[in-house]
Write a protein that binds this ligand. Structure first.
Ligand code: AMP
Length: 210
């Protein structure tokens, strides 16, 4: 099954995607993760997108669509995939209809206050990328990743100013996709405020693995 996880930053798309990927044995494709890896490895792409991402803006549609198209040509997507963070604009969604015809769009519904609180308290492992939350999911030892011992840090785009900018960008550029996909009959809502394990149970009932 092919899924698009749609929703504002901090809606829990990434956390659920990790669980669904494991359960359904399909790859979790996060454009944000791909860009962050490129930045970490200081590739040409990474150098091009770093400033935009740190400020909470959007990478160009051309770059993003080319990257996703290339990723979806790999063998591991033949039984399905989860796209997390793509598409984020109407031109991306239109381009995607030319890449893939059969998709279920899962729309994470969540209030702004919860998103702001979640993002500003999120911490990420510099080494393995594992996510924590200083309030709801703290590591056993402050500042250290439980899984690999790496250092936890706050993403530049999780700082207050960038969060507010990302939310504006979401409202202006990404929210219109809700209507786009609803009209196509491909959209299904999910409650982003629910904890991930419970959300996974609901998800499996709603979209049984074929
Ligand atoms: P995320 O981890 O999904 O919040 O993505 C982090 C950042 O990567 C975003 O704030 C954008 O700067 C960039 N990004 C990720 N996906 C896209 C996309 N589909 N289109 C444009 N920029 C993106």
């Amino acid at each position: 099954m092919n899924f698009i996880f749609l929703g504002p930053p901090g809606a829990g798309k990434g956390s659920l995607a990790v669980k669904v990927a494991e359960d359904y044995k399909i790859p979790h494709i996060s454009t944000g993760d791909i860009f962050r890896a490129a930045i970490k490895n200081q590739t040409e792409l990474g150098k091009k997108v770093k400033g935009i991402i740190d400020a909470g803006g959007l990478v160009s549609d051309d770059i993003t669509c080319a990257l996703v198209k290339e990723r979806l040509e790999q063998d591991d997507v033949k039984n399905g995939f989860i796209l997390d963070g793509f598409p984020r604009t109407i031109p991306q969604a239109e381009a995607f209809t030319g890449i893939c015809k059969d998709v279920t769009v899962v729309n994470f519904v969540i209030k702004d206050e919860i998103v702001i609180k979640r993002l500003s308290t999120r911490r990420v492992c510099r080494k393995c990328g594992e996510n924590y939350n200083v309030l709801t999911m703290p590591p056993k030892k402050e500042g250290i990743c439980d899984k690999c011992g790496g250092e936890l840090y706050q993403r530049d785009d999780d700082k207050q100013e960038a969060i507010l900018h990302r939310m504006d960008v979401y409202r202006e550029q990404t929210e219109p996709l809700i209507d786009f996909y609803r009209k196509r009959g491909e959209l299904s809502d999910i409650d982003g405020a629910t904890q991930t394990d419970e959300l996974l149970r609901d998800f499996k009932k709603k979209f049984p693995n074929k």
